[in-house]
Design a protein around this ligand. Sequence first.
Ligand code: ADP
Length: 426
Amino acid sequence: MDRVMYILVVAMLLSWLILILHWRYVQGFRSFIKDMKRVSCRIKQMDFSVRLKKSNSAELMGFVNNFNSMLSSLDKSFDDIANKNRQLDAIIKSVSNGIIVIDINNRVYLINSVARDYINCQSSGKLEGLPISSIVKNDQLLDFIVYNAGMNTSISKEIKCVSGRTFKVKIDPVKMHLKKDLVISSVINIEDISERIRLENIRRDFAANVSHELKTPLTSIQGFIETLKANDESIDPATRKRFLDIIDNESSRLRILINDILMLSSIEGDIVLSIERVDLRKENQKILDLFQDKMARKQVDISFEYNGVESIQTHREYYKELMINLISNAIKYNRPGGYVKVSFIDDDDNYSIWVEDNGIGIGEEEQERIFERFYRVTKSRNKEIDGTGLGLAIVKHIILSLGGDIEVESYLGRGTKFKISLPKKQ
Ligand code: ADP
């Protein structure tokens, strides 16, 4: 009897044990399924940083480890792709040209902010997905894009807008596939070439003006030399002297002109400027010595006001050149008995230099143009006064290269004041 009881007790204990083990197994499996549900929801939301919890079961643990390491690899790959995309986006957005990428249906696939500005797009909203025809308002540009997009060859064209800006638009074919379908067809590269065209025009005009200005005195010199050679005996001494004086004057004009042209091109070519402390009184005395004769002839008086500014940090030769040009003009375009006043002012971050005269003055409409190369105010008014029309262009170039600024204030018949400001830190 005892034996039977014993067997029954052991059997009961074993059943309990089996039941407990089964219950634990089922619980473990349930929590694994629950965890799997949680993880799959996060993966659906493209969150690959999620991981499965560790399991007590050895079989499940193997699966959990493999699954988690697959998630780690996915997480890293997506991170790499996102980083690459961000870099690419930043590169495209930072290029100085306008870039528009369109798909095979002529819809915007990508556009950078420069292109938005160039096509004069007011909206800051998303343009991707919109038809190109709804965002490009310039007919010439739109026709060019629509007609050439999707072609197999690159093509470019210069397009002038009503705003006056000129763009070079280049369309390059690109073939990009999504699965098997062709999705992207063209990259439109828009470059603003307005400044380049403006500089080319200036250069062309300058070259034409230089040849014209050089030709005039040369033709005159050649003419008088030929006359002197052909009629050597018959020309009386007084006429010969007059002819030689003209040749002399024209040669000087030529020399001044060539010096001014060389000066202009040397300022343009100077990349590194040698800056030093310039003693104003000493330098101005040297400049004044050059004008003693001219001032006496014209009866023009000159005065300097230093207001405590005894020296400035600048390029010595440039300072001399700009002051010579401004003072020479202030004497040249003055009246007998007139004055020239040069003042130096300490203006916190800048030095101000004012060159003032009470001469003939410059009309308001001409004040904007006097800094252009070869521009001389109404020829009839100063045909008596020698000049190349390059002096103020040189002054402006020097001041710009020193990081400064120049303004003019003038009233016809009352006088002119040039106000220069030069930064103290060059
Ligand atoms: P220019 O060799 O003719 O003097 P600039 O470039 O120095 O050439 O000056 C351009 C024009 O500006 C001059 O032709 C002159 O008409 C005018 N101008 C310059 N400075 C003065 C001034 N102080 N008073 C009146 N007119 C001036």
